[in-house]
Design a protein around this ligand. Sequence first.
Ligand SMILES: [Zn+2]
Length: 111
Amino acid sequence: MSEQAIDPTALDRYECRVCGYAYEPVKGDDKQNISPGTPFAELPPTWRCPVCNAKPNAFTNIGGAGTASGFQENLGYGLGVNQMTPTQKNILIFGGLVLAFLFFMSLYGLQ
Ligand SMILES: [Zn+2]
């Protein structure tokens, strides 16, 4: 059991593309004598979707429970903004003001 716990993909859930049933390794499948904690990859080839009887190759990996899709992207976006130092932010704001001022002055220059 401890060796399985090291592999983070061992408890990935798999969704049946035919009917939408999701196999959850933490729960197993008591109807077909699959004990809780059995990874999808270790299901017997005779295992079938308990809802629509589809074969295991009709299932697709939908990741572990609790990992919302897009979370990694949001994390990267947040880090990108936070990597700016306060000085860099000030330069950005002040630089913007200077550009606006120069643009304003250039309009005066045209008249
Ligand atoms: Zn199914």
